[in-house]
Design a binder for this molecule. Structure first.
Ligand SMILES: C[S@@+](CC[C@H](N)C(=O)[O-])C[C@H]1O[C@@H](n2cnc3c(N)ncnc32)[C@H](O)[C@@H]1O
Length: 322
């Protein structure tokens, strides 16, 4: 990196912040519905006109908006991710805005002391986090279905740490007769049950409330999913989750792991290396050789790894017919 690139990097804070604040104030969703000038936007969203002008021009320079004269519109590539559906990216962007604050507040102290207090989420924070995970799952889950041949041969699924059903809903949409059990902590399982009650998913998705370190995973599953769960854990606990997941599979059943990509030395992949910091000292971005080794030790073979953009991979394998 040279000094010009370093100078540019030091302004990353502004890129992130201008995007998240445009989402929080409704600028991005408004511009997904129709083109508008800065004056029209500021009037309809009750924002300062001069400030709105600067923000939309910066969003244009960053490539989120297209300009047509004085009017702006979200780019066609981003439009589908802002259509208000409850699964759009808005909740995830809000989560990123919050992460920015919490990172800044605790990073130096953690670096100096190695200490990081993981506060218990309140009910409201759990709801927000659940919605953010739904939005990010939407980006990845369809790719997982495609990679698993449209879930062919799969009838019974266990989704460990499945949240309020981001993956489960996409799976059930792809295959109507599926039965998915989501194992998650009490507060999340309760929220998931409430969220999916009286929806098209209430018959196919059920919740098992409990701690995945202690819970009985059951047996006879055709597919066990560990999506964005291993990184919460240190190596020993992550390996143990894979062991329990493998035990819960029927012979020939498949294990699917979705997580952040990281290179073997953990120092080339930028997103992976940054995400490892996000997990502070309690978790980590685990390497492919580690994950493959844990799968092999749990009698999982035929292991494959696929890129799952943005920033993730899907590692799959099948339980040996012993
Ligand atoms: C990063 S989120 C991933 C959610 C979902 N799998 C996805 O990829 O969108 C991790 C999930 O694991 C759950 N979780 C964390 N620790 C857990 C534990 N000890 N027992 C059960 N669930 C846990 C969290 O409540 C959360 O829903």
């Amino acid at each position: 990196m040279d000094i010009v690139e370093l100078y540019d990097l030091l302004w990353d804070f502004a890129r992130q912040r201008v995007v998240t604040v445009a989402s929080r104030t409704g600028i991005l969703s408004k511009l997904s519905e129709q083109a508008a000038s800065a004056a029209e936007l500021s009037a309809s969203l009750n924002l300062d006109e001069l400030a709105t002008g600067k923000v939309v021009r910066a969003l244009c320079a960053l490539g989120l908006l297209q300009a047509d004269g004085e009017r702006y519109r979200l780019t066609p590539e981003l439009l589908p991710h802002f259509v208000n559906s409850g699964e759009d990216l808005t909740a995830f962007i809000d989560h990123a805005h919050h992460l920015y604050d919490s990172w800044g507040a605790s990073l130096e102290d953690w670096l100096r002391s190695g200490r990081h207090v993981r506060g218990q989420r309140t009910r409201e924070q759990t709801k927000k986090f659940g919605r953010a995970m739904l939005a990010s799952a939407r980006l990845l889950a369809q790719q997982v279905v495609a990679a698993l041949d449209g879930l062919s041969g799969v009838e019974k699924v266990l989704d460990v740490g499945g949240g309020i059903g981001g993956y489960a809903c996409v799976f059930c949409r792809a295959k109507k007769e599926l039965k998915v059990t989501i194992l998650d902590v009490d507060q999340v399982a309760e929220l998931g049950q409430q969220t999916l009650a009286d929806t098209e998913f209430s018959d196919c998705i059920s919740f098992q409330a409990g701690d995945y370190h202690q819970a009985d995973f059951g047996s006879g599953f055709d597919l066990v999913l560990l999506a964005n769960v291993l990184h919460i854990e240190k190596p020993q606990a992550a390996q143990n989750l894979i062991k329990q997941a493998a035990k819960a599979l029927a012979p020939g059943g498949r294990l699917a792991i979705v997580d952040f990509v990281i290179d073997d030395e953990k120092r080339s992949n930028v997103m992976g290396a940054l995400f490892a910091i996000n997990m502070r000292s309690f978790g980590d971005a685990h390497t492919q050789p580690d994950i493959r080794g844990w799968m092999q030790a749990a009698a999982i073979d035929n292991i494959r790894c696929l890129d799952l953009p943005p920033a993730h991979w899907l590692i799959t394998g099948a339980k040996k017919n012993l």
